[in-house]
Design a protein around this ligand. Structure first.
Ligand code: GSH
Length: 194
């Protein structure tokens, strides 16, 4: 299995989840601006959409989109799926929210030159992180067990530190708890952040 990723990008979420699941995989870095892999390959031959993450399964199938990749990883290691009859669906619901309603405004905040657009996205992000802080049910999003949705939430919270988005105290404490997990430490180290 091969994970195409960029250090610090949203591909850090499946990177964490793969490590949490204990799956064996190779990491291949992608330079986003040039869409080139670290071995000089054309990344659009792997993912024609041109963005990370992409996960190439052992059989050669390519998975893209964090929602799909994180759901697939969780299915390989069901400990990463929240409990309850709706556990899997709640995880997908959280992943949809994180990828659409948090990740997207972040891109608008980080890359849009207009101050007005930045301010709109900052406000959306602060409201959504407040909502998420109220959703934490124990140590993690769904209780005392880490789920694949926590991998994505951790990366989004991590970006808040880097880009000056104010965090509610519950999410700052959450960040410290997740960062202390061995699989998360291993991921940060592999990406050059620890
Ligand atoms: N919908 C995709 C979005 C992925 C995405 O936006 N990845 C960023 C890095 S955080 C990227 O590679 N952007 C480069 C581009 O859009 O060309 C997902 O959720 O996986």
């Amino acid at each position: 299995m091969k994970l195409y990723h960029t250090p610090g990008a949203c591909s850090q979420a499946p990177h964490i989840a793969l490590n949490e699941a204990g799956l064996s995989f190779d990491r291949i870095k992608v330079d986003i601006p040039t869409r080139t892999t670290e071995t000089g390959g054309d990344f659009t031959e792997i993912n024609p959409k041109g963005y990370v993450p992409a996960l190439v399964l052992d059989g050669g199938e390519v998975l893209t989109e964090n929602v799909a990749i994180l759901s697939w990883i969780a299915e390989q290691k069901p400990d990463l799926i929240p409990d309850g009859t709706l556990g899997r669906i709640r995880m997908i619901e959280a992943l949809g929210f994180l990828t659409e309603e948090v990740h997207k405004p972040f891109l608008g905040f980080m890359f849009m030159p207009s101050d007005e657009v930045k301010a709109i996205n900052r406000q959306a992000l602060e409201e959504r992180f407040n909502y998420l802080a109220g959703q934490i049910k124990g140590d993690y999003l769904f209780g005392d067990r880490f789920s694949a949705a926590d991998a994505m939430l951790f990366v989004m919270v991590n970006w808040c530190f880097g880009f000056g988005i104010e965090l509610p105290p519950a999410l700052a404490a959450y960040h410290a708890r997740v960062a202390a997990r061995p699989a998360v430490q291993a991921t940060l180290k592999a990406e050059g952040f620890a």
